[in-house]
Design a protein around this ligand. Structure first.
Ligand code: NAD
Length: 504
């Protein structure tokens, strides 16, 4: 592994450990117990957070319910809500560096990426502000001379938002501004691994003038906080991003009240490379797709399905590029891949690689932990596994690490069969210079997002979500706002003289 670029000297200052409290009904609230987060790269204490339980969760849900039912928030104008969201966006910009550094320290992601994510998050608040002034329903003027139909869009109510650790600030920004634009109120629970930037967001919401109780934040664990947020009868919707396994538990907990569920879950995202593809462009995008966020990404391009005629050439290019990717201290501005979130997760990644090897696959690069001078945390080296067959766990499961699985195909039908062979359906990609091949693939592949001759480009305007066990519902775009609304049908008689039902 000597020929990898390893960067070991940090050039961004470590802040003091952050103290996180709940935000309940406009007040910062402590709990008797706390929990700590240490940097997965540096081992240092990063934050101490109040550990919420049933009492704090009940109080937060009650505050959100009151704010929705009686505070007048839901009836405010789109202009009012848009103005507030724009203020939050400006505050995010003003605190970008502070938020970015905290994300690095709690999640292990590199600072350059983190800065870009916070910049992107501010853009989401601005985009949602633009949508707040466009909410509208429909009208039906063709129901006959006596009748007029109007379809209203109402905010759905109190929304529980439960977020993961891999993109803490970005993911809460894919949900919260859209729900607020719609007129909803919320209870937010960030991951116990990365709670602090959501607390910073709470500070900015207060500074921007958000009325008390409209957004409440409870810090803590899935059990009991997330479970109660999912089951509670005062909650109208759960918006969850996380693993498919926890999504199923939330669906079970929510079934007692049949509340609306919006799920952004895992993925095992295939890219199919045809022989006529630009192999250099594909190799670079595949390298990006597998190492971005250390592979701890729902959209990770974790398996490629490459035509057997070009498999060796493409794999060689990917391995050569992989050796050049700077793994290292996530605080260093040149680092592109940082630490793995926890020792347990690192062991899980290593287990998948070992299992594939024992099943007959070959490790073309990596397959082992990285030791970086002066950094006690866990890092996993860039890894390319070839000779993978569709039955192997590494081909089917979300490894969530910097580990690429390489499968091969002979014809279009086999490529589609392999691509659609997973239980997931989040995103997929196709590489070919023939537009017909790309379009045919896009039509047949089971995925919420399809990229042709590119990978992982996203825009606030473009909806995002999964099919099959990758989720339900969509975030972003106008659909991202509509998720947080409910339709109300208004049927009006507009002339006197309705025919009586009771005759005589
Ligand atoms: P996770 O499912 O373990 O945890 C996510 C959140 O759920 C955390 O806040 C956790 O505390 C909470 N939780 C745990 N148990 C719960 C329960 N019983 N009830 C309610 N809440 C509970 O996921 P993670 O490890 O934090 O994140 C990684 C996963 O997230 C991966 O599977 C990844 O693919 C997925 N993800 C999906 C998207 C997407 O947009 N599709 C984006 C990012 C991450």
């Amino acid at each position: 592994m000597n020929d990898l670029t390893l960067i070991d000297s940090a050039s961004v200052a470590m802040p003091e450990p952050f103290v996180g409290r709940h935000l309940i009904d406009g007040a910062w609230t402590d709990s008797a117990e706390t929990f700590q987060r240490h940097s997965p790269a540096h081992g240092t204490l990063v934050s101490t957070s109040a550990k919420g339980g049933v009492t704090e969760t009940e109080a937060a849900i009650a505050a959100a319910r009151r704010a929705f039912d009686t505070s007048g928030w839901a009836e405010t104008s789109g202009k009012y809500r848009a103005t507030l969201l724009l203020k939050v966006a400006d505050l995010i910009d003003a605190r970008r560096e502070e938020i970015a550094v905290m994300e690095v320290l709690e999640s292990g992601k590199p600072i350059s990426q983190s800065r870009a994510e916070i910049e992107g998050a501010a853009d989401l608040w601005r985009y949602a502000a633009s949508l707040a002034r466009t909410i509208h329903g429909d009208s039906h003027n063709s129901l006959g001379p006596d009748m007029l139909g109007v379809v209203l869009r109402d905010p759905i109510g109190v929304v529980s938002m439960i977020t993961p650790w891999n993109f803490p600030f970005l993911i809460v920004s894919q949900k919260l501004p859209f729900a607020l634009a719609a007129g909803c109120t919320a209870v937010v629970k960030p991951s116990e691994m990365t709670p602090s930037t959501t607390v910073m967001l709470g500070e900015m919401l207060i500074e921007a003038g958000l009325p008390k109780g409209v957004v409440n934040i409870v810090l803590g664990f899935g059990d009991p906080v997330g479970a109660l947020m999912s089951a509670h009868d005062s909650v109208d919707m759960v918006s969850f991003t996380g693993s498919t396994g926890v999504g199923k538990r939330i669906a079970a907990a929510a079934s007692g009240t049949l509340k609306k569920l919006s799920f952004e879950l895992g993925g095992k995202n295939p890219q199919v490379i045809f022989p006529d593809a630009d192999l250099d462009a594909a190799a670079d995008a595949i390298t990006f797709g597998i190492y971005f966020n250390a592979g701890e990404c729902c959209n990770s391009g974790s398996r490629i399905i490459v035509h057997e005629d070009v498999a060796e050439a493409l794999t060689n290019k990917i391995v050569a590029l992989s050796r050049k990717v700077p793994f290292g201290d996530p605080l260093h501005p040149d680092t592109q891949v940082g630490a793995i979130i926890s020792p347990e997760h690192q062991a899980k990644i290593a287990g998948y690689v070992r299992d594939a090897q024992s099943g007959g696959a070959k490790v073309a690069l990596g397959g082992q932990a990285l030791t970086l001078d002066g950094l006690p945390g866990q890092f996993y080296g860039p890894t390319v596994v070839t000779g993978v067959t569709p039955d192997m766990p590494i081909a089917r499961d979300e490894v969530f690490g910097p580990v690429l699985a390489v499968l091969t195909f002979r014809d279009f039908d086999e490529a589609i069969q392999l691509a659609n062979g997973a239980t997931y359906g989040l995103s997929a990609g196709v590489w070919s210079t023939n537009m017909h091949t790309c379009l045919q693939f896009a039509r047949k592949v089971q995925a919420g997002t399809v990229w042709t001759n590119t990978w992982m480009d996203g825009f606030p305007e473009m909806p995002f979500g999964g099919v099959k066990q990758s989720g339900q519902g969509r975030e972003l775009g106008r659909y991202g706002l509509e998720e947080f609304t409910e339709l109300k049908t208004l049927t009006m008689r507009v002339t006197p003289g309705r025919d009586n039902w009771v005759k005589g």
